[in-house]
Design a protein around this ligand. Sequence first.
Ligand code: PSV
Ligand code: MN
Length: 394
Amino acid sequence: MTKATDMTTLTPDVLTELTGQAIELPSWAFGNSGTRFKVFGTPGTPRDPYEKIADAAQVHEYTALAPTVALHIPWDLVNSFDDLRRHAEGLGVKLGTINSNTFQDDDYKFGALTHEDPAIRQKAIDHHFECIDVMNATGSRDLKIWLAEGSNYPGQADLRGRQDRLQESLQTIYARLGDDQRLVLEYKFFEPAFYHTDVPDWGTSYAQVSALGERAKVCLDTGHHAPGTNIEFIVMQLLRLGKLGSFDFNSRFYADDDLIVGAADPFQLFRILFEVVRGGGLNNPDVAFMLDQCHNVEDKIPGQIRSVLNVQEMTARALLVDRDALTAAQKSGDVLAANAVFMDAFYTDVRPALAEWRESRGLAADPMAAYAASGYQQQIAADRVGGVQAGWGA
Ligand code: PSV
Ligand code: MN
């Protein structure tokens, strides 16, 4: 039976956890995106990083959940990152993770950090040095690396040699980081390469970052697993090993769909967040929570508002799991009771309680409705005329 809640359901302990929650937004979510078939433009889409950050600040204003924005280099290159930082801070947000990009340059056709040619490897390493320079100006802690490297045909590439070169390149990049900075290495099981991928799974990322040192961690993108993968098990294991550096949240039905987190499978998001809570990953500065999404057909700002609210709702449900009752049922081998405790929390509708709680903090009870009523969307559509709308590559 679905339980509706009032605010008393959210105990002071739960509220303390929820108050501390922060979810980083990707700058690229605010630009145009699409498929290889068509990219639809939308009125009001940002033309530069300043406008992307202004839009991201709207998400934070209505939710108090998104205080930082991740940048992508070179898409978000500006003349002065000090200036961009001031712009962000003036709007009440900060600049966050810096994402490198070694997948849009002709030189990287056969790899970047793994390339056979030392000159191309050095070019890719230099790009990461540039990203670290940006981090120093923006005050960012994390350098996130996702590699599009791999091969399409058996025999095309020396799998072992590429793994060795990857480690060597990563060591050079890692050595350039400041003492307070970290490297997070993202994995993805396929695409754009289809036969082999150089960092296809958490085990490979874990092996690569473990050889680097303490400040190198794994980034888990929820969309980067084969169908049916038990992602929460990976979350548990990485937390257990102290190597879960960050999440890229999104949803998938088939591939790397980058849909709104929690949209395709809310129960999976709940299960993941339960393991986060269980493993001490919530509000733990070692674990960064980010979105990595694109909004191809829906409006981008409300798409991001919906996304952070989905994470908040599933976090609240995960916090409602009666852990004592669960442990007792698990220990006594009561399979059905354990499952019932778990499902009871999942089926609890926390939305009324969260709305009440938001109001008690001076926020709108319904951030989606408040944003829609604000007129911001109409304003940017009217103001942002001329220029080139941002997308992958700008
Ligand atoms: C490509 O799959 C990707 O979505 C990765 O997940 C990165 O995090 C993101 O692009 C930005 O480079
Ligand atoms: Mn990602």
